[in-house]
Design a protein. Structure first.
Length: 202
């Protein structure tokens, strides 16, 4: 009889959304410098420092400029329908992830939540039990970053429009484990947001 194989740690995929046109920012927000690194690289480096996870980045607007910055550090997914909104990008990313093997969950994050730390992502991962959603607890409800178990992948693939996963996170159909992540409250929408952040870290 073959010896028992130890149970592996939960295998997670990371999906970073970076497909928007950043109209309020004036374009190419994903390449704005955070501590000397392009925003998308900053996001990838932060989450990849936590644990060995397979990373995916959805690009859309400005993809020709953003994809080379990502390089080989993640699987780049092109969403041709990026203008339809965040839900479209999640669906596109999840369809690609479904073709890359078996994952027990997916950690969905935004590239512009630039104050999140590796410690913040570690809290989320430690709270994930493989069955329930784990999400950042915001003042107005649950939001990303969030980890979704594999039994919800088909639901994520069916998303559309601009609302992203917020309706799932704050609906009555799924139990959500909330994690307090104050750093998740900060995102970069405008040049003024970026300048304010830079003044804090200067």
């Amino acid at each position: 009889m073959s010896p028992a194989v130890p149970s592996p740690e939960k295998r997670l995929a990371v999906l970073i959304l970076a497909a928007g046109e950043s109209a309020r920012f004036g374009g190419r927000k994903q390449l704005a410098l955070i501590n000397g690194n392009p925003m998308i690289r900053h996001a990838l480096d932060t989450v990849n420092a936590v644990v060995d996870m397979q990373s995916f980045v959805v690009v859309g607007a400005y993809s020709d400029d953003i994809a080379p910055v990502i390089g080989s550090s993640a699987n780049v997914i092109h969403n041709e329908d990026w203008s339809l909104g965040m839900g479209s990008s999640i669906a596109c990313g999840m369809t690609a992830i479904a073709h890359h093997g078996q994952f027990e969950g997916v950690l969905i994050a935004l590239c512009d939540q630039v104050k999140l730390t590796s410690g913040d992502y570690t809290k989320l991962i430690k709270g994930f039990d493989g069955q329930h959603i784990v999400a950042a607890r915001h003042t107005d409800g649950f939001g990303v970053p969030a980890i979704f178990p594999s039994h919800m992948f088909e639901t994520l693939q069916s998303l559309s429009g601009a609302s992203g996963a917020r309706k799932i996170l704050n609906g009555s159909h799924h139990e959500v484990i909330g994690i307090d992540l104050p750093n998740a409250a900060t995102d970069i929408d405008t040049i003024d947001d970026l300048k304010a952040l830079q003044s804090q870290i200067a």
